[in-house]
Ligand binder design. Structure first.
Ligand SMILES: [Cu+2]
Length: 504
């Protein structure tokens, strides 16, 4: 293993000695150039494509064997970074499932501490949720089994250990989970894994000079969330992807702890969003910019028929008024500016089919379907001086911090409800509800934009905003074991911005 004293190199010296300090000093706007100059990286690593894992069929059940373990990852050439992963050093395989199948995940915990795996976005029994109530002890194997009810969608899995989710996800415990169904199979859209259908886990991390990637949040990080200064896609830094077709479908996941990405291409080209968290939109939506908060997914199709290389960026384009003081600062920090990767079209690209005008049918949403409204007030009490000086977290929903012994809400299976989420704090919070795909009814009284009108499990609630979602839990009642709703900024979740509900 190389180190700085035995094998000095411009890249490593600058990475440790100049890059991070310079980036902090010059601010985020010139960040991509600085990163390139400082690291010497210029899209010279191929994009890592997570291994595709379709499991094995055993007695009609699709079985996945997953081992969570400590590992090492060479993010920077010659430097080994201690990481954690699922069946590998960092992150995990892309699990491929089908609607209507029974699946079993054999999750072995080879760490020396407890962990969990939560199947984010999936409709499942509470015992299979993989949240705080299903810890896997060191050396133990957890084997949840259930039927996949969801339609085709890009979901994901990640650690959800009470109080330690942020640290374990930062270390690498996350991966993609792709569900297929007959309707999506029948659509003529890019669907060859790793060729024109690419999973992309977007994250950012901070590194030490020795290559380590410690989870060591400052007090400010505890409030703003851990935001890195090195972007990565599938655990690769400034990678390139060689496209061999004229269109590529990117399954984008914001797998960061706290960064809100404003995604667009460096040449301003438009693209089409075809799916949100819970699957296909009714029709492709043409966009030039898409905001993706932690936990959210978007499938987009990018046209490359002009043959020009294009870079995927995160750009801060705040639509919210920038406040003064701490609040304004935190909004800025949440909107991270990064260059993630470059896509290089082949000169002999295979012609892709034109996108279908219609993708699927979605149920009409109406507030009249709801039998009641529940209110969820998100607050950051910890913003006060008391907690600035070392007090408690103060991240609450309806005035309470998460308590594993308290069921906050009880919902009847099959009933439609309005959940009204109000953000009283100075930061945007992505609100995630387990075990369902909901629909957005309104943002501050306005109907959602077309790209937000589909199935969702995570919705960004901006400062001062009130978002209404239409929620229904259609399967898997359990009067005792709860599911979670929470902010998906993982530091906020760990600090108490989470609650529990049962479906009866
Ligand atoms: Cu939050």
């Amino acid at each position: 293993m190389a180190n700085l004293t035995s094998r000095p190199s411009r890249r490593m010296f600058l990475l440790g000695g100049v890059a991070i300090g310079a980036i902090a000093a010059v601010g985020w706007s010139v960040y991509p150039q600085r990163l390139k100059a400082a690291t010497g990286y210029d899209f010279e690593t191929p994009l890592a494509i997570p291994m595709l894992d379709t499991g094995t069929m055993t007695d009609g059940i699709r079985v996945f064997d997953m081992a969570i373990a400590d590992g090492q990852t060479e993010f920077f050439s010659g430097l080994q970074t201690p990481t954690r992963g699922v069946n590998g050093g960092y992150l995990g395989p892309t699990l491929r499932l089908r609607q209507g199948e029974v699946v079993r995940f054999n999750v072995a915990n080879n760490l020396t501490e407890a962990t969990t795996l939560h199947w984010h976005g999936v409709n499942l029994p509470a015992t299979a949720d993989g949240g705080p109530h299903q810890p896997i002890a060191p050396g133990a194997v957890w084997s949840p089994e259930f039927e996949i009810k969801d339609r085709a969608a890009t979901m994901w899995y990640h650690s959800h250990l009470m109080g330690s989710t942020a640290r374990q996800v930062w270390q690498g415990l996350a991966g993609m989970l792709v569900i297929d169904d007959a309707a999506s199979d029948a659509l003529d859209i890019p669907k060859t894994y790793g060729v024109d259908d690419i999973p992309i886990v977007l994250q950012d991390r901070r590194f030490n000079r020795d290559g380590s990637m410690p989870y060591a949040p400052s007090m400010h990080d505890g409030m703003a969330g851990m935001i890195g200064n090195i972007p990565m896609a599938n655990g690769t830094i400034l990678p390139y992807f060689d496209a061999t077709t004229t269109q590529v479908r990117l399954r984008l996941l914001n797998g960061s702890n706290a960064s809100i990405y404003g995604l667009e291409f460096n040449d301003g080209r438009a693209f089409h969003q075809i799916a949100s968290d819970g699957g296909l939109l009714e029709a492709p939506v043409k966009l030039m910019h898409i905001k993706l908060a932690p936990g959210e997914r978007a499938e987009i199709v990018v046209d490359l028929s002009d043959g020009k290389a294009v870079q995927l960026l995160s750009v801060a384009r705040s639509t919210a008024p920038s406040g003064m003081g701490m609040g304004g600062m935190m909004q800025n920090v949440q909107s991270a500016e990064f260059t993630f990767m470059e896509i290089r079209p082949s000169a002999t690209a295979v012609q892709s089919a034109a996108l279908p005008a219609k993708l699927t049918a979605l149920a009409q949403v109406s507030s009249k379907d709801a039998v009641r409204t529940r209110n969820f007030l998100l607050e950051m009490g910890g913003m006060g001086m008391g907690s600035m000086m070392g007090g408690g977290g103060g991240f609450t929903i309806n005035g309470a911090e998460m308590d594993m012994g308290v069921i906050n809400e009880t919902v009847k299976m099959g009933e439609t409800e309005i959940w009204q989420i109000n953000n009283a704090g100075p930061m945007a919070h992505p609100f995630h509800v387990h075990n369902t795909q909901f629909r957005i009814l309104s943002r501050d009284g306005n109907a959602p934009e077309p790209h937000e009108a589909g199935r969702k499990d995570t919705v960004l609630v901006n400062p001062g905003e009130t978002v209404q979602i239409l929620v229904k839990f259609e399967h898997y009642a359990d009067p005792e074991r709860p599911y979670m709703y929470h902010c998906h900024i993982l530091e906020h979740e760990d600090s108490g911005m989470m609650g529990q509900f049962t479906v009866v």
